[in-house]
Structures are given as structure tokens and as C-alpha cells.
Write a protein that binds this ligand. Sequence first.
Ligand SMILES: C[C@@H](NC(=O)[C@@H](C)NC(=O)CCCC[C@H](NC(=O)C[NH3+])C(=O)[O-])C(=O)O
Length: 351
Amino acid sequence: TRTPAPDMAGVVAALESAMANGAPGAMARYVGPDGPRGRAVGVRDRESGTAMDTRARFRIGSVSKTFSSVVLLQLVEEGRLKLDTPVNTYLEGLLPDDRITVRHLLTHRSGLADYTDAMFNETVPGFEAVRNRVFSYQELVDLSLAEPRTTEPGAAYAYSNTNFVVVGMLIEKLTGRPVAEAYQRRIIKPLGLRATAYVHPDTRIKGTHVRGYLHPDEAGAPLVDSTQQTVSWAQSAGAVISSPADLNTFTSALMRGRLLSPATLEAMTTVTPTDGTNTRFYGLGLRRYDLSCGTRVYGHTGTVQGYYTYAFSTRDGRRSLSALANTSNHGAANTALGGTLEAAFCGKRPA
Ligand SMILES: C[C@@H](NC(=O)[C@@H](C)NC(=O)CCCC[C@H](NC(=O)C[NH3+])C(=O)[O-])C(=O)O
């Protein structure tokens, strides 16, 4: 079937809806057979009123999980570890259950509790308590292990940041180097992602960037500028900084087989349902959304204080979309931003 042209007016409508639902600004960048198309609405800085800019950098949150998954899967290809081997084989004594395997981490089926639920139960106090803190991986794992597990290993999907903190530990144990180096050598440099970086624990976003604004839990309370933070509470589960163009390049290159072998990519995109809607799925550090027009898109979403992100590509890598709204803790804005996917990949509805 012919590739539908993107409905860029529909993309703009979704961005404006994100603004109407509390985001100071929003932007999207689509790349297809006819080249890139960028759209931006509102501001990237409320103080100065500077307009949102599709060249600006921002925190991508859990899209970082796909970066971490790619690195770990490259290590699997190099024979450094196996997906169905217990994590404790590589990180002796870390987890209380030898049945938890590497695959359980990448598919969110380990049962390890997500420490961020308690950490951010009260959104702004929780954020202020950690925004300048530096955690070790072990401290984050300990926070998780202090809570009951959510499922028997492998029994059910239960999203948990802890899984990708352990993925970061595995990468550093097996390479003997910081994850930052693995991202740089294995993804950022080969793909030329000049706006992408892992700077943990530095709190700054260098260069032209989007300021993020966190909605407090109290309705009507003023937004909190959450731009500066270590993101040490997430690290390999959420601390990468990137840009719309770099995310288009990353998701497209991943799907085109530039980072993993066809067999590994096939395994990565082999999914199970995450909810009852039967339109949302999870593979190995990768989400699959099945859109209303039948198009399946692969990538990840991100939520970090002040930033909602979507970064998806078609399975052939020929079409990709990245989208950002500079707010969070405000579900209506996130849902609105998600409307860019249907507009971009399904295009104009048939008249
Ligand atoms: C869901 C998303 N996950 C991520 O991106 C990871 C890194 N973020 C989280 O787990 C959310 C932490 C709290 C955010 C805070 N919320 C609260 O504090 C709620 N009390 C906020 O919204 O900024 C994904 O995988 O798509």
C-alpha cells in the first residue's frame, strides 16, 4: 500500500491540544519518504517567552530504556551474556530470586517493584528531595527490594524502572566501563547523534534546550521549573538527553537494522500485550503501538519531570516521529501529545 502522507495539520492540532491541556509548549518532527517535517507551538522557556524550537534538546525519560536495551542486546550478540540466564549469574547475589533472568528485565516481567512509585508519591516534594541527589545503582535496587515483588518472575508484565537500573548495572559490569561510554561508542557516535548525551550526574542541559515545567498535584498550583536535575533516580532507565532529529535518526536506524542483527531485532520487536486494549505491547526495551489504520509503530515513550516524549518508527524505519511537550504529571497533556502518532503515521482520514 502507498505510504499515506502525514497529516501535519493534525499533528499541529495535537500539539495545540497538549498546550490547551497544560503544556507551555510542544513540538514534533516527522521523517518520511518526502523528508523531514517539523512543527512547534508555544514556548520552550516561560520566563523569556522564547518559542519552542524543533532543534532544541530535552530530557527523553524512558526512551533511554531503548538505548540501554540496544547496548545490552549488542552484548548478547557478542556472547557476553544470554537473555535466558539468571541475572544473579552476572551480578552475584544482587537479586533475591535466581529465577529472574535478563529477559525478564527487558520485558518488565521480573516482578521487581518500581521504587519511583513511593519516591514520587507526592510529586513536587518527591522531586525536590531527589533533584540534586546522586544515587548509586545499588541504592536504587535496594529501594526496590525493600518493597514486595509484583509478580512471580515471568508471570506478568509490570512496568518497573528497577529493571533498567539493573540493565545499567549489567552493562557496567560486563564492559567494565560507565554506561555513558557504551551509549557513546555503540549508538551516539556511529549514528552521529550530535545532540544526544548522557551527562549524569550533571544537572544542566547544554546548548539550545527546552525548559521543563512540572505540574504539582494540587490543582491550580503554579508550575515548577524542573529543568535542572541529576535524573540520578533514573540513570540508565531515563537520564538520556536528545533532540527531535536525533530521536528520528535513532528509532529509524534501529528499525533499519543499523544497530542490531536481523535476528536480534526480530527478538526485540517480539511483543506481549501491556494492557487489555490489545493495541499496546512491549518487547525488549521497546513499545509497539498498533494504530487505527493498521500501522504498527515501534519505539518508546518518556516521562521525566517537565518532559513528555514519544519516539516511534515504522518497522521498516522509513517513517519516524518524535514529539515533546514540556510538562508532566498532567495525563491529559500526555494523551493529547500522543495524538501526533495517528496524525503522522495514519495521515488524513479518507474523505
Ligand atoms: C512512563 C514512562 N516512564 C518513564 O519515562 C520513567 C523514566 N519515568 C517514570 O517512571 C515517572 C516518574 C515520575 C514522574 C512524575 N510523576 C509523578 O511524580 C507522579 N506522582 C512526572 O509526571 O513528572 C514510560 O515508560 O513511558
